[in-house]
Design a protein around this ligand. Structure first.
Ligand SMILES: [Fe+2]
Length: 348
């Protein structure tokens, strides 16, 4: 299907009063950016058609020609490219140049390493407890996102550029949330950028909590510490508000609802079902997987494969959560195949 970039716009004067043209003429509706064939090649422009064209232009329409007919147009109308404003080459903005470089980098990466297969890589990463490759490829993809699309997309690109390098828990949550979203067909850049930003800002409030509390397993919290901990999604919101960071509501909801659970037994608001933002469940489930595996919840480490195995089996274990709603539950439990005998024996 053709889009805007397949055409260039011309003024009626560029037709030079001729009646037939060896190229097709289109009219663009500026509201819907839709191009409609107006006059076929080598068909005469009758007086009636011309009057109709004038009417369309008076209503805001634009004349357009297919880019693939550019040479034919220039030759027939005796123009040079520089005579047609929409054909003049404009200087690219620095951020656009940078993006083109990252798109090329992505192509080179794929050429060198083959197509990135997230499930295979996740399997390897979980076995070796090394997520460098997943983090690296998430960075390569995010840096090739469109520039000037929205504040959140630009922010996601900036975050990835600055921070998505080393293998640590925050980057694991960001990169795995990103690819898990793609696995369940969330493919548009706006949504993926929201997930990246939300995943980065989830635990913004850790900066305001004592180091000893940050290092303590959640299950070892005193009641007072538990109360502070359960306020961290709200505190993050407060910090964001004060920072006046320009982020959208969905990112805010990912942060404030990442501990809400489908059945209504999460915190801070005990929201349930559809009242919870799906992306918050998604990022929340990935955060829970890594936090549980790294011992942040119980104090003892457990392999990622084993945690997924137990989430899948809904094992009743201290601090283990699996109430993420069907879509996210299925997405997280199929990150690796835990059906093999070897795995079952290891994890049980
Ligand atoms: Fe959290």
């Amino acid at each position: 299907m053709k889009s805007e970039i397949d055409y260039f716009l011309i003024d009626k004067e560029h037709l030079k009063g001729n009646r037939t043209f060896p190229f097709q003429l289109f009219v663009m509706n500026p509201i819907h950016k839709r191009f409609t064939m107006f006059l076929n090649a080598n068909r005469p422009m009758s007086k009636e058609l011309e009057a109709f064209l004038d009417y369309l232009i008076s209503k805001g329409g634009f004349l357009a020609v297919l880019r693939k007919q550019k040479k034919t147009f220039l030759k027939a109308q005796e123009f040079d490219e520089s005579d047609i404003p929409t054909l003049k080459k404009r200087e690219l903005h620095e951020s656009e140049k940078e993006r083109i470089m990252y798109v090329k980098l992505k192509e080179i990466y794929v050429e060198k390493n083959g197509q990135f297969k997230f499930r295979e890589e996740f399997e390897k990463a979980a076995r070796s407890d090394n997520f460098e490759k997943i983090i690296e490829y998430a960075r390569v993809e995010i840096l090739s996102f469109s520039v000037n699309r929205s504040n959140t997309v630009s922010f996601a690109v900036d975050l990835a550029k600055q921070f998505l390098t080393k293998d640590h828990i925050v980057n694991r949550i960001v990169a795995v949330s990103y690819f898990m979203a793609k696995n369940i067909n969330i493919l548009d850049e706006d949504s993926l950028a929201d997930i990246v930003c939300g995943a980065y800002l989830l635990h913004l409030s850790n900066t305001q909590v004592s180091l000893s509390m940050n290092r303590k397993a959640h299950q070892a919290f005193f009641d007072s510490e538990k109360t502070v901990y359960q306020k961290h999604p709200v505190l993050a919101q407060h910090l964001l508000k004060r920072s006046q960071l320009n982020i959208n509501d969905r990112v805010r909801r990912i942060i404030s609802e990442h501990h809400e659970r489908n059945g209504g037994r999460g915190f801070p608001l005990e929201k349930a079902g559809d009242a919870i933002e799906t992306f918050a469940l998604l990022v929340g489930s990935v955060a829970h997987l890594f936090e549980y595996s790294m011992g942040k919840i119980t104090g003892s480490k457990q392999s990622i494969r084993s945690v997924i195995f137990h989430i899948k089996n809904r094992s009743i274990m201290p601090g283990l959560e699996f109430d993420f709603g069907d879509t996210i539950y299925n997405a997280i439990t199929t990150l690796i195949d835990t059906e093999t005998k070897e795995e079952t024996a290891q994890a049980a």
